[in-house]
Write a protein that binds this ligand. Structure first.
Ligand SMILES: Cc1cc2nc3c(=O)[nH]c(=O)nc-3n(C[C@H](O)[C@H](O)[C@H](O)COP(=O)(O)OP(=O)(O)OC[C@H]3O[C@@H](n4cnc5c(N)ncnc54)[C@H](O)[C@@H]3O)c2cc1C
Length: 375
């Protein structure tokens, strides 16, 4: 089976790796001029637990064991947990996964895909190729998705902007800062030599220019010694309350994975895990000779968690809810532990109500999470 994959981000490279390991010879189109993906680069403990390849990447990363969370009214709480997540420069992360795919036998074509047509066929600088299955792993503005009549709906694209800054001490951990009127949050994710300071909001909450002003103000007030090295802007697709991909993930010999399908946690903006997870589901279906099962696999495995997140996202970002949760966290070690487990992904949304109900501190947890869980 001839398989073409457009885009060598986490979803495309991981898919190529798994297919090559399974004995196929996928063709991976990598745009060498694209530059680093604008991203916080945070990879959760959940992703490390589920994808063994991540532990052997051998690239520099900053392990985050503590984070400062600041409520919409400016009240801070510190949470701690062993390796909540690890932060990588995306250039290094994506490059290493692409290297693993190449070593496993994938053919990397260093060219941007310029055209996608029926066949499915792709046109690029240097030629044209036709495939049995074409995979769009080319992010939120996927040419594969657009050319096959499946662009992501604009109304579900969350603006995300930020800056790379020098002068943030990685030992101080990460930050997450909430604001009234913004369904999203500002983050400080330290890397080895710089930090990514960015903010995401639901569509309509703020313009990219508003968000840039907030980042600038945050840097001035909270990280006065930092120096801006460059800025970035992109979008994060957010699935709705059904947790399904934002567009059909497989049609007419064209599959979509990761951001191209709109698979991102709408509460945390975590997309790297979902990029890898959707790639793994598609790889498994292809290697079993049944790619047509991919949509059902997404529905069974990823949609339930994303649906919880989609249903809770609206109420979670209400200032009163966040204030209550973070006030509870200041008082209770168990609430702090639970929040840390949510941030690391070790606590699934689907089993959160059980944990809240079963905890010896059930009453305080239940009070804190009541509004949030009532979906
Ligand atoms: C500002 C920001 C911060 C984020 N922070 C985090 C975070 O900390 N943790 C987390 O888990 N998620 C984060 N996300 C989400 C995460 O970046 C994405 O969900 C994830 O990268 C999706 O992976 P992907 O492989 O599907 O797509 P992408 O990473 O977008 O990769 C797409 C690839 O396709 C390539 N491409 C595009 N068009 C073509 C073409 N025509 N031809 C060839 N190649 C092409 C691109 O160059 C790129 O390499 C963040 C997103 C943003 C915007």
């Amino acid at each position: 089976m001839r398989i073409g994959i457009v885009g060598a981000g986490p979803s495309g490279s991981y898919l190529a790796l798994l297919l090559a390991r399974g004995g196929l010879s996928p063709v991976l189109f990598h745009d060498p001029k694209a530059g680093e993906k604008p991203c916080g680069g945070g990879v959760t403990a959940k992703a490390f637990d589920e994808f063994p390849e991540l532990s052997g990447l051998a690239i520099p990363g900053v392990r985050v064991d503590r984070a400062r969370i600041v409520s919409p009214r400016g009240r801070a709480v510190e949470i701690e947990s062993d390796r909540m997540f690890e932060i990588f420069a995306r250039e290094a992360f994506d490059g290493r996964l692409r290297g693993l795919a190449r070593e496993a036998g994938a053919r990397i074509v260093p060219s941007r895909v310029a055209r996608v047509g029926p066949g499915p066929r792709v046109g690029f600088d240097g030629g044209e190729e036709t495939f049995d299955l074409l995979v769009g792993a080319d992010g939120a503005f996927s040419i594969v998705g657009r050319s096959s009549g499946r662009p992501l709906p604009k109304a579900r694209l969350c603006p995300a902007v930020g800056a790379l800054v020098r002068g943030v001490n990685p030992a101080e951990g990460a930050w997450m800062r909430f604001y009234p009127g913004i369904r999203g949050y500002l983050w400080v994710f330290p890397r080895t030599d710089r930090a990514s300071v960015g903010i995401v909001a639901f569509p309509g909450d703020a313009t990219a220019a508003d968000l840039r002003r907030r980042v600038a103000e945050f840097l001035r007030r909270s990280l006065p010694g930092s120096e801006v090295l460059g800025s970035y802007g992109w979008v994060i697709p957010a699935p709705g309350a059904d947790g399904r991909p934002l567009v059909p993930p497989l049609e007419d010999g064209v599959a979509l994975v990761g951001d191209a399908a709109g698979l991102v946690d709408p509460i945390t903006g975590e997309g790297i895990y979902y990029a890898l997870a959707s790639a793994r589901l598609l790889a498994g279906a292809i290697l079993r000779g049944r790619p047509q099962e991919y949509p059902a696999l997404l529905e069974e495995t990823l949609a339930p968690e994303l649906a919880r997140a989609g249903a809770w996202a609206e109420r979670y970002f209400k200032p009163a809810v966040l204030e209550a949760i973070l006030a509870g966290a200041r008082r209770s070690r168990r609430v702090r532990a639970l929040i840390a487990d949510l941030a690391s992904g070790r606590q699934k949304y689907s089993t959160l109500p059980d944990r809240v109900g079963a905890s010896p501190a059930g009453r305080i947890l239940a009070r804190v999470f009541r509004t949030f869980l009532a979906a």
